[in-house]
Unconditional design. Structure first.
Length: 250
């Protein structure tokens, strides 16, 4: 009795994959047809059904096509049990990364609320949150522990910290608009925002620590992780702060 064979169309319906996927798997050597018709059309057997089950299961578990080919090979030296354990650890790590990304986006949403934000600034803020761990590590080598704790507002209750982050962001966002529009740092509105910024920074870091922070010089090798503002924007804020400081000392 001849074994039942399936055309690409029928095999695709049976296994729940697309015909395009079957063609792709054939080209990549993941699943080659058992036979062909006289006209060169692919034909699949019942054995191919079970092989496809294995492929889809390994794919569901997160294996790459290269890994799937290796595990389906008769010459495979890898223990599936050991590989599953390693895959589980990789997936757990990926899950933690996804959870962290979701947490980062949620935190940014809480901070910006309904503010209209330039995409560049938004991405820079996300980058800054993403690299907080690296920022803390680097600052810990430059500043005393109490200052680092205050810089990251660890001394504040959660709600107060969130409000402070919102206030900071609102001011920086407005300053960014003035900077992009070429407004002078002497402008009244810019100086008003710098005054507000100074008050918030004084609230975050005690005045007795601020001189130590002012002496901090960010190394070029650490700029990627530490700064979330462009060099030009930093210089703009620095110049506006210098003007304010001169006026206050007059």
């Amino acid at each position: 009795m001849n074994e039942k064979m399936y055309t690409v169309k029928n095999f695709a319906k049976l296994t729940g994959v697309t015909e395009r996927t079957l063609h792709y798997y054939d080209r990549k050597g993941v699943l080659t047809p058992t036979s062909y018709t006289k006209n060169g059309h692919r034909l699949y057997s019942n054995e191919d059904i079970f092989k496809m089950q294995k492929i889809l299961t390994l794919k569901y578990l997160g294996f790459s096509l290269k890994e799937i080919i290796e595990h389906l090979s008769k010459n495979s030296t890898n223990s599936l049990h050991d590989t599953l354990y390693k895959q589980k650890e990789l997936l757990k790590k990926k899950r933690d990364e996804i959870d962290y990304i979701i947490g980062t986006i949620s935190r940014v949403e809480q901070i910006i609320q309904a503010e209209k934000v330039e995409s560049d600034l938004l991405l820079l803020i996300i980058h800054s949150i993403q690299n907080e761990k690296n920022q803390k590590q680097w600052l810990s080598t430059q500043l005393s522990e109490p200052i680092v704790e205050q810089a990251f507002m660890q001394h504040m209750p959660k709600e107060e910290k969130l409000k402070t982050e919102r206030d900071l962001f609102t001011i920086i966002n407005k300053l960014q608009v003035f900077y992009e529009n070429g407004a002078s740092p002497h402008t009244f509105e810019v100086q008003r925002l710098i005054t507000q910024l100074d008050k918030i920074l004084s609230k975050i870091i005690e005045p007795k620590y601020q001189k130590e922070v002012e002496k901090l010089e960010i190394e070029e090798s650490s700029l990627y992780n530490i700064s979330f503002m462009s060099k030009g924007f930093q210089d703009y804020i620095g110049e506006a702060a210098r003007i304010l400081n001169e006026e206050n000392n007059m």
